[in-house]
Design a protein around this ligand. Sequence first.
Ligand code: GYE
Length: 332
Amino acid sequence: MKKTILLFICAMMLSAFTLTSCKKDDNKANNAADNNEGLIVIGFSQVGAESDWRIANTKSMRETFSEENGYRLLLKDAQQKQENQIQAINDFIAQKVDYIVFAPVTEEGWDDALKNAKSAGIPVIIVDRMIKTTDDSLYTCWVGSDFRNEGDVAVEWMETTFKDVADLKIVHLQGSLGSSAQIGRTEGLAAGVDRNSGWDVIYRATGDFTQVKGKEVMEYVLKQYSHIDVIYCENDNMAFGAIEALDAANKTYGVNGEVAIISFDATNAGLNETLSGKINYNVECNPLHGPRVEALIKQLENGVTPEKLAFVEEVAFDATTITKADIDARSY
Ligand code: GYE
């Protein structure tokens, strides 16, 4: 008899515990949906804060998806780690956000997380870099840059500028390996090397799109090689790091120097270095994706199917022709 009562009490306690814990989970899951006060809830998984470009991009997203504009933005910084992004996507699904927006750190490995979003019926908008998948139905649409074209534009400048140089020694500072920005810009250079028999990539390494690593790689390179014609830096921050290393080694660079510097992004700081002649050529990569993503969301809200892929128009800046007005006309 005593045993039965004890068992009964245990069963009651267990069910009470299960009920409260379920309730908690439900509350958590419904959080984003419940407290939105009519706002559209966006879960945005950002790559990190590795560069000036990224910071301008985050600012654009925050400014666009503000409460005044009718949104609640849940922003998660993945610190350049894919596992953090996968976790963020799954968390957004559990929170029942209205849209998932994400800037993929690498191209491969997203299918499982995106399948979860698809089963939950949450549209996924990819921004900036792209993914590789065999199932295009796993995302609604993408907006970003044509990174291969950016590489081609830089290479065309090299072909014109160095047409009389028989043996061109190139140092190649790559972005985060496996990211679309790295892949496209690297492919552009690789095609240039194939076309120009005198071009020689004497050293190639990743600087992970950061100033610190760009500097580290360049310090090493300058100890190993005395003759360098061009440094092909896949973003501005790595170029800033390379410049620090060149300064420390008393090596001249830029328009009037021994080593030419090519960079990508054309951020405010990058263009100032271009105007001052330190960076010879800077290919734009536009980070102002907030309004572009919002336009896609507005289409979806109105039942319109957006274009699957949207490429941003971009230009490039030559140190010999850029003006202060070019820089002032831009907000990043
Ligand atoms: O060029 C770099 C950033 O994906 C376009 O990522 C982006 C790149 C950008 O860290 O600075």
